[in-house]
Ligand binder design. Structure first.
Ligand code: PMT
Length: 222
């Protein structure tokens, strides 16, 4: 029997990879499939939350009862998140947002030529950072950290820099964790409570564990 402990709570979760166009036929993206973020949407919905899922270009089934907002680029994801931010109680940033986008998007397909092709990139907005800046008292921001080394240290830096309440850090260099697989091995880093290390779990189990912490953080605020 699943607890309905997010009844009356609005939760926004981002998932999947953004797609940064280069020309009409090419884009830059990353290895995120959306599995982690969709699992959070599913778990939150079964626990009674009113869930908005803002997703990059993935082909996973949308969990029942979830409001689905598909986006392509990081700029589109930024707009979609900011538009819906005021009414949210909890924001979970599981998406793998491209840090850079091509400076120029060509109207026509780039033609082959001799020599090296150089594409210049410019920084995308950091959505989690902007959410952390605008966060009002009572809103909870959960960020992710995809790391390959110094996991806890880098996760703590992200917690502080992005003004998050919790970071879910995963070691994306492990074969059974991080991108694309159905399992994950995460650590939770908080502002005031000790770090928690979870064993290898399914992404749905990780999602429920994240929600347990969200419920605890919300109760502590009251
Ligand atoms: O989708 P799956 O295949 O299931 O894979 C899951 C996952 C590995 C993608 C997921 O578990 C994960 O780690 N997501 C975060 C990936 C990431 O972009 O991490 P980061 O350390 O680069 O970013 C830190 C945080 O800032 C993240 O919450 C990210 O959403 C956010 N961010 C980053 C850059 C940016 N421009 N805007 C952001 O909001």
């Amino acid at each position: 029997q699943v607890k309905r402990d997010l009844e009356g709570v609005s939760l926004l979760v981002t998932a999947g990879a953004t797609r940064e166009p280069i020309d009409p036929v090419r884009y830059m993206t990353n290895r995120s499939t959306g599995k982690m973020g969709y699992a959070i949407a599913e778990a939150a919905a079964t626990r009674g939350a009113s869930v908005t899922l803002i997703s990059g270009t993935n082909r996973l089934p949308v969990p029942p009862g979830v409001t689905f907002v598909p986006v392509q680029s990081a700029l589109e994801m930024y707009e979609a998140v900011m538009e819906r931010l005021p009414e949210q109680d909890v924001i979970v940033k599981a998406a793998a947002v491209a840090d850079y986008r091509p400076k120029e998007v060509y109207d026509q397909k780039l033609k082959k030529r001799d020599g090296i092709l150089t594409v210049e990139f410019v920084r995308n907005p950091d959505i989690a950072f902007e959410v952390g800046k605008r966060k009002r008292p009572g809103q909870i921001l959960v960020g992710f950290a995809a790391e390959t080394e110094h996991i806890e240290e880098y996760a703590r830096n992200k917690l502080l820099k992005k003004n998050a309440d919790m970071i879910v850090a995963n070691d994306v260099s492990q074969a059974d964790a991080g991108f694309a697989v159905d399992t994950n091995r995460v650590i939770f880093v908080f502002r005031d409570s000790p770090t928690k290390r979870l064993p290898l779990l399914s992404k749905l189990e990780v999602a429920h564990a994240i929600i347990d912490e969200i419920v605890r953080l919300r109760a502590e605020r009251k």
